[in-house]
Design a protein around this ligand. Sequence first.
Ligand SMILES: Cc1cc2nc3c(=O)[nH]c(=O)nc-3n(C[C@H](O)[C@H](O)[C@H](O)COP(=O)(O)O)c2cc1C
Length: 210
Amino acid sequence: MEFFDVINTRKTIRKYKQEIPPLSDIKKIVDAGRLAPSATNNQNWKFIAVYNPELKQKMTDAVVDRFKEIQCLVKDETDNQRLNGYRYYSMFFKDAPVVIVVIEKSRKSTIMSILEKNGITGKELKKYNNRSSILSMGAAVENMTLAAHALGYGSCWMCAPIIAKEKFKEIFELGESERVVSLLAIGYPQDSTPPAPPKKSMEEVFEVRL
Ligand SMILES: Cc1cc2nc3c(=O)[nH]c(=O)nc-3n(C[C@H](O)[C@H](O)[C@H](O)COP(=O)(O)O)c2cc1C
C-alpha cells in the first residue's frame, strides 16, 4: 500500500475474524515499532505478543476486577451507567487473535536526571518533565498500527485496560522499572466494519505563522 493510502485508510478495528495471524506478520508489525523514533534514541520499550487464550483471560479478569473496584467507588447512578458503557472498550481484546503488550522501561530524561542529581525533587522537578518517554512509546504503537493496516490487519490501540497495570506487571513478571502502557489488539477485520470516525478539518487544527 502506498504510504499516504495507509495513513488515509487506517481506522480502529475492534471486531476480528477468528483466523490467527502468523507470527511472521506479527514480527513485521513489532519490527515497525522497534524502528520508531525515541527520545535520545533510548528505545525504552519491550513488546510481548500474546496469542495464548488463558493469558488473555487472565488479563481480562484483571480488568474486570479493577472495574468492580471502581464501581464500588462510584456512587452516582449516571456515572455507573457511563462506566458500564466504557467496559466494552476495555475488554474486547480478549477476543482479538493477538494482543501486543507494550511495555515501557522507565527512564528519566537527561534534564530530569541532571536536575535530580542537583537536589531538585517533587513538584519543582515535575515542572521540567517533557514526558518524552511516554511519547516515544506512542511513536512505537503508531508505527505498529500503520504496519498492521498495511499488512491487511485491523488493530486497536488500547489504554483503557491499563487500569489493571499492577496485575499486568505480575502476569508478565515485569521488572521494577517496567510497566505496561498500552495493548494493541490485532486480527483480520470482520467483513463489515464501522465507518471511520469523523476527523477535525485542517482549518480546525492547523495554522501557519509566516
Ligand atoms: C492512546 C490511545 C488509547 C486508546 N485506548 C482505547 C481503548 O482503550 N479502547 C478502545 O476501544 N479504543 C481505544 N483507542 C482508540 C480510539 O478510540 C480511536 O483511535 C479513536 O476513536 C479514533 O478512531 P480511529 O483510530 O479509527 O481514527 C485509543 C487510541 C489511542 C490513540
